[in-house]
Design a protein around this ligand. Structure first.
Ligand code: HEC
Length: 190
């Protein structure tokens, strides 16, 4: 159940975020919401891949994605941008955490899951299948990780330049970076 829920969450995000970015791009004025959510916590050294995803990768990516806010209200379309150094700093922390998490993903002995084995939902691979696929296609695995790292670095550059439009574009690449790995290593038939 947990795994199925996670898949849905990741798919949902894609469905929600892409149109928001598209609307913002069409309007030609991109902004960032000030309130980045909770910062990713530092993770235990024995954390599994699944935990790294759930506690660092996902929350950090989420901050970068939700940083772009376009609200449609009765008064019209309202765009919000970060106003203070603190707003930018919070978003920056998430980009740094995301880049740092890629180090963990380059450990070929990183256990995929520490949870009790359960039958994966249809279309998803179980931890053992993921482990052997990762071993077999290690080069492809690392290529996905490098792409994620590159995207996190681009996000950092945009944040340091306070380039809101650029950051919004990075949001799209970020989504691709997650999905392309998930499609190969997590739910190839999902
Ligand atoms: C290098 C490959 C790779 C990349 C890149 C990657 N993931 Fe994952 N992710 C996986 C694999 C494999 C699983 C399945 C792990 C498992 O069985 O629990 C997973 C699982 C997850 C989960 C479920 C975690 C849980 O609760 O078990 C979430 C959420 C997630 N990824 C989010 C993301 C996001 C967001 C990104 C991009 C910012 C991303 N992932 C990038 C390989 C990747």
């Amino acid at each position: 159940m947990k795994r199925a829920g996670s898949t849905n969450l990741s798919h949902c995000l894609r469905i929600i975020i892409q149109p928001v970015l598209a609307v913002a791009a069409v309007i030609g004025f991109i902004s960032l919401a000030g309130g980045a959510e909770s910062e990713a916590e530092l993770i235990a050294s024995d954390a599994s891949l699944s935990e790294v995803m759930a506690t660092i990768v996902m929350p950090s990516a989420d901050v970068l994605w939700t940083a772009v806010a376009v609200d449609v209200t009765a008064a019209g379309i309202v765009l919000t941008a970060p106003e203070t150094e603190e707003d930018w700093q919070r978003i920056r922390t998430s980009a740094v955490n995301l880049a740092a998490a890629t180090d963990k993903l380059l450990n070929e002995n990183l256990p995929v899951s520490n949870a009790e084995p359960v039958e994966p939902p249809p279309g998803e691979l179980g931890p053992q299948q993921i482990t052997s696929l990762r071993k077999q296609k290690w080069q492809e695995w690392t290529a996905h990780v490098y792409v994620l790292h590159e995207v996190a670095e681009s996000a950092l550059k945009m944040i340091d330049a306070k380039d809101t439009e650029g950051l919004s574009e990075v949001g799209g690449s970020l989504d691709e970076a997650c999905e392309s790995c998930h499609l190969q290593f997590w739910y190839p038939e999902g």
